[in-house]
Design a protein. Structure first.
Length: 187
């Protein structure tokens, strides 16, 4: 009976049936099955995160970059950091001109305000409106807060293992992407 492609999306056989990308080495079949389950679980987490992002964008009627900007501004305020347009541009990886357009759009929608920087007369500081902060908490914050419970139920050693795995995975994927050069992920 054929396998449902969505079940095989993250499996080794589904993504690399000829073993061209991934060296299975001396891994036992049980280890390979467990790795497939791990990859499927990661894919499931990413799928839920995309659903949360899409739902919050619809709820707040904003674009993905707008939501990323608001998240950064909220986090900056929560940590007592005065955020400037330049800081936001660097975080988003966009030009200052694009950042200005984004800020104009967010300000026109009453999501943010700009004011004089408290210590640098030449700079501007950015602030999220109370209404937008509350909408973000309702639309995305409560869903992301649900991650705390599963993390808290792990032992300290289990959390260290998960942290190491996620950090090593992110590093390996970034190194692969960097080695491939600009535009490699585009096609």
């Amino acid at each position: 009976m054929p396998t449902d492609p969505s079940d095989a999306m993250y499996s080794l056989d589904g993504s690399d049936p000829q073993h061209l990308l991934i060296d299975r080495g001396d891994l036992a079949p049980g280890d390979l099955q467990q790795i497939d389950r791990l990859m499927k679980a990661m894919g499931g987490l990413r799928a839920v995160e995309r659903r949360i992002s899409a739902a919050s964008q619809r709820y707040m009627q904003l674009k993905e970059t707008d939501m990323r900007a608001l998240h950064f501004l909220i986090t900056s305020a929560n940590t007592g950091t005065v955020c400037t347009p330049g800081m936001l541009a660097r975080h988003l990886g966009v030009s200052t001109a694009s950042t200005t357009k984004l800020l104009d759009r967010l300000e026109a929608g009453d999501h943010i305000s700009r004011s004089s920087h408290p210590t640098d007369r030449r700079a501007v500081s950015l602030h999220v409106s109370d209404e937008t902060r509350q909408a973000a908490r309702v639309s995305v914050g409560k869903h992301h807060a649900a991650r705390f419970g599963p993390a808290a139920r792990l032992s300290a050693g289990e959390r260290e293992t998960v942290i190491r795995f996620l950090e090593e995975t992110a590093r390996a994927m970034a190194e692969s992407l960097d080695a491939a050069g600009p535009g490699a992920a585009d096609g």
